[in-house]
Design a protein around this ligand. Sequence first.
Ligand SMILES: C[S@@+](CC[C@H](N)C(=O)[O-])C[C@H]1O[C@@H](n2cnc3c(N)ncnc32)[C@H](O)[C@@H]1O
Length: 220
Amino acid sequence: MPFEIANDQEIDYRELVRTAYNRCAMDYARQRRTTAEAELYLVTERLAPNSKILDVGCGAGIPVARHLARMFSLTGIDISSNMIALAKENVPTAKFAIADAMETEFPACSFDAIVSFYAIFHIPRQEHLNLFRRFAHWLRPGGLLLFTVARKDDGPGYTEDDFCGGTMYWSNFGPSTYKKFLTETGFQIEQEGIVGGGFGSVDAPEEVHPFFFAVKREGL
Ligand SMILES: C[S@@+](CC[C@H](N)C(=O)[O-])C[C@H]1O[C@@H](n2cnc3c(N)ncnc32)[C@H](O)[C@@H]1O
C-alpha cells in the first residue's frame, strides 16, 4: 500500500522521520531547487541587516538558509544529523544544530523571525498548537513567522512507503485550523497563500503548499 493511516502504537513516527531523512539527505538535497522561494521577501524586506532568524527543519540549508544567511544571522535546526552535516558544509556562515523543534529550548524573544519550509507536516499534528506556542515564546514582540503546511486536506497522519526509497510520515490539519492556532498563540495573520511549483528542481505545478505569514502581537 503506498499510503497508510499512521495509527500503529508500536511505531515512533518521529524516529521514522529522522531515520528517513538521515537515509535520504543527499538525495533530497540533490533534488531540491537551488533558488529560494519568492515568499521569503515577506520576511527579508521587513528586517534590518544582521537580524536573527531561525530556520526550523532547515534540511541541507539550500536554498532557504543560504539565502537568508547572506544578510542575516541565521540559525538552523533539524532533527536529522545528516541534514545538519550538509547544511554546515553548504552554509558555513550560519549556525546549525541537530534538534527536534518540539524539544529544543531557546530563551524568550531570541529571534526576529522564524521560517519553516516543508517541515511542520512531519511533526504529529496533535503537537502543532504547542509548536506555535514555542514559536511565540522564541520570537520577540513584532517578530515574523513564515511557514508552509501540507497541501492535503485535514486528515489523520499517514505514511508513504516510497519517499526517497523509504517510508515517510506526514501529519497535518487543514488551513482553517492553523489560522485558529495562530490567533490562539498570539499571532496576527498578515498573509496566506500558496507556495507553488514544487520543492525540487523539476517544475511540479501541481505540487502546492499553503503558506502563512504572521506577526507576533506587540505586548505579548
Ligand atoms: C522536506 S525537508 C525540508 C527541508 C528544508 N526546510 C527545505 O526547504 O528544503 C523536511 C525537514 O524537516 C526536518 N524535520 C522533521 N521533523 C522535525 C522536527 N521535529 N524537528 C526539526 N526538524 C524536523 C527533516 O529532518 C527534514 O530535514
